[in-house]
Ligand binder design. Structure first.
Ligand SMILES: *[C@@H]1O[C@H](CO)[C@@H](O)[C@H](O)[C@H]1NC(C)=O
Ligand SMILES: *[C@@H]1O[C@H](CO)[C@@H](O)[C@H](O)[C@H]1NC(C)=O
Ligand SMILES: *[C@@H]1O[C@H](CO)[C@@H](O)[C@H](O)[C@H]1NC(C)=O
Ligand SMILES: *[C@@H]1O[C@H](CO)[C@@H](O)[C@H](O)[C@H]1NC(C)=O
Ligand SMILES: *[C@@H]1O[C@H](CO)[C@@H](O)[C@H](O)[C@H]1NC(C)=O
Ligand SMILES: *[C@@H]1O[C@H](CO)[C@@H](O)[C@H](O)[C@H]1NC(C)=O
Ligand SMILES: *[C@@H]1O[C@H](CO)[C@@H](O)[C@H](O)[C@H]1NC(C)=O
Ligand SMILES: *[C@@H]1O[C@H](CO)[C@@H](O)[C@H](O)[C@H]1NC(C)=O
Ligand SMILES: *[C@@H]1O[C@H](CO)[C@@H](O)[C@H](O)[C@H]1NC(C)=O
Ligand SMILES: *[C@@H]1O[C@H](CO)[C@@H](O)[C@H](O)[C@H]1NC(C)=O
Ligand SMILES: *[C@@H]1O[C@H](CO)[C@@H](O)[C@H](O)[C@H]1NC(C)=O
Length: 412
């Protein structure tokens, strides 16, 4: 069995001992500048420490020898390496870093199964991975960015802490058995036709999904953070099993073709709901069970229909604006407005609703500063935006959370 933990480098034993099956190079790092250096590891079954492959090593480096490297493997800024391979390396205890390898075309690791951190960036010639099944099934963090990969076959994890797949312009399919993602999933700026399929994903902390053509999450039940969908090309999105977004926002911004969002089981959002500038979205009626929203609701678009039949508790502001006439919906939601606006108080923050607003799509800002980059903004008729600073309420740390505080504070 391959163990996947880092053994301390206990002693510096001089250079690699050729006869020993466990090698502990002095200084903890083995530097490989040529194939001869790599061949020197042939008798090390376990290599304690890290491997650094030099900037001039290549064109072929075969590190067959160790079945385990307890530390990192790093290859950076190397313009001569074309092939990196090993027939028997199974486990890397630290980070496997490949960066700025301009002519690397072959990555062939037929036994690789476990890597703590995959960090592969700027590999413009790497078109495929050769990793024999089952492939890499264990990793904690994965970042694959700016490669020539058209598939990620060979990486098949069931659970991971973070996964960041971006700027892989040829990537058109990503299908993974991932069930659980405990920090963040970020998929962005890959091939324009990228179809993402995650049939087993049940639980995720946060996700940002942009520039994809389809995104399928039939089993997703819980988002324990935020879910953000920006500039995607899909015409519909559904999360049929999603029941709650626990502490963050759900947002859809600038998905030009999006005509249908359905989350039929969603009952609560811990943060806010932002739907803006999805100009093909005429009917917003896919949230039939949504009742509780911990932040603000901001809906801006070309809506003709806006239905949230179960909403009965919105902690923040409720701001709807459409390019079309939605007077009927405005009247309906007005009954839920704060009591000082004539409603029953189910909406606690400021209530605004406008029809026939040509500029409805211009404002895609979240209404707070809470989550990071966006600044305060939103409806021109809102007020009290800056009163949140001294509040001791903690509704959420989400993007729209501050709007919740501001809206709430404006009633005090
Ligand atoms: C990438 O590596 C090449 C050497 O192959 C080097 O000249 C170049 O500066 C590196 N680029 C960056 C951004 O580090
Ligand atoms: C996913 O991981 C989180 C955090 O480790 C855990 O609380 C949750 O129960 C897991 N969910 C599933 C479906 O495995
Ligand atoms: C991808 O989405 C980002 C937003 O996350 C956007 O800024 C960018 O323009 C999009 N890229 C393409 C090629 O559509
Ligand atoms: C959706 O949730 C139900 C109830 O928890 C479960 O029985 C069903 O298998 C889930 N569907 C999928 C596709 O995961
Ligand atoms: C879920 O989110 C809450 C609020 O951010 C956090 O306190 C909790 O640790 C998260 N749960 C897991 C299992 O990450
Ligand atoms: C992910 O979500 C958790 C809540 O589940 C939040 O506390 C955390 O800050 C988020 N992480 C990132 C990187 O957005
Ligand atoms: C929207 O999508 C849902 C689920 O995929 C589907 O049942 C429904 O018919 C679609 N509605 C429209 C108007 O296309
Ligand atoms: C959305 O509304 C704007 C402003 O009225 C209009 O210019 C645009 O054509 C509409 N888009 C769609 C897809 O209906
Ligand atoms: C809103 O956007 C439209 C088209 O993008 C533009 O013509 C108009 O001037 C914008 N209005 C404001 C107030 O920025
Ligand atoms: C709205 O989306 C369109 C593309 O669908 C884009 O051209 C425009 O800049 C976006 N407006 C804002 C305010 O983001
Ligand atoms: C959105 O935010 C940007 C910068 O954060 C700001 O310049 C812009 O005026 C805001 N737009 C609206 C409509 O509030």
């Amino acid at each position: 069995m391959i163990a996947n933990y880092i053994l301390p480098v206990l002693a510096a034993v001089g250079s690699v001992a050729a006869q020993s099956s466990t090698c502990s190079p002095s200084g903890g790092t083995t530097t490989i500048n040529s194939q001869a250096d790599a061949t020197g590891l042939a008798n090390c079954k376990t290599l304690k420490g890290s491997v650094l492959i030099g900037a001039n090593a290549g064109p072929v480096i075969d590190i067959s020898g160790p079945s385990q490297v307890t530390g990192d493997i790093t290859v950076e800024n190397n313009g001569v390496i074309t092939t990196l391979q090993s027939t028997n390396l199974g486990a890397v205890g630290g980070a496997f870093t490949l960066r700025n390898l301009t002519i690397l075309t072959t990555f062939q690791f037929t036994s690789l199964q476990s890597v703590k951190t995959i960090d592969w960036q700027s590999l413009p010639a790497l078109g495929s991975l050769t990793i024999t099944a089952p492939g890499v099934t264990q990793a904690t963090d994965v970042k694959i960015s700016d490669t020539f990969l058209s598939t990620l076959d060979g990486i098949d994890l069931t659970s991971v802490r973070s996964m960041n797949i971006n700027n892989n312009r040829r990537l058109t399919k990503f299908s993974t058995q991932l069930g659980n993602l405990s920090d963040i999933l970020n998929i962005q700026a890959n091939g324009r036709q990228l179809e993402v399929t995650m049939p087993n994903l049940i639980w995720i902390a946060n996700m940002t999904i942009a520039n994809v053509t389809s995104f399928s999450v039939p089993s997703l039940a819980v988002v324990n953070g935020s879910a953000r969908f920006d500039f995607n090309y899909f015409t519909s999105f559904s999360a049929p099993n999603l029941t709650s977004a626990r502490s963050g926002d759900i947002s859809f911004v600038g998905n030009a073709n999006l005509a249908n969002i359905t989350m039929p089981q969603l009952t609560s959002i811990g943060g806010g709901l932002l739907i803006a500038n999805n100009t093909g979205l005429g009917e917003l009626n896919g949230f039939q069970k949504l009742s509780e929203i911990g932040g603000a609701v901001k809906l801006r678009g070309n809506f003709t229909v806006v239905e949230f039949p179960s909403v009965d508790d919105v902690k923040g502001a409720f701001d709807i604006s459409s390019t079309a006439n939605i007077q009927d919906e405005c009247d309906k939601f007005k009954s839920l407005a704060p009591t000082n606006q004539g409603g029953n108080g189910m909406i606690q923050g400021l209530y605004t609703c406008t029809s026939n607003n040509e500029d409805a799509n211009n404002d895609t800002n979240s209404t707070s500063t809470g989550g990071g980059s966006s600044s305060s903004g939103g409806s021109s008729s809102s007020s009290g935006d800056d009163k949140n600073a001294a509040s001791s309420l903690t509704i959420s740390n989400a993007l729209l959370g501050v709007a919740a505080l501001a809206g709430f504070a404006s009633l005090l």
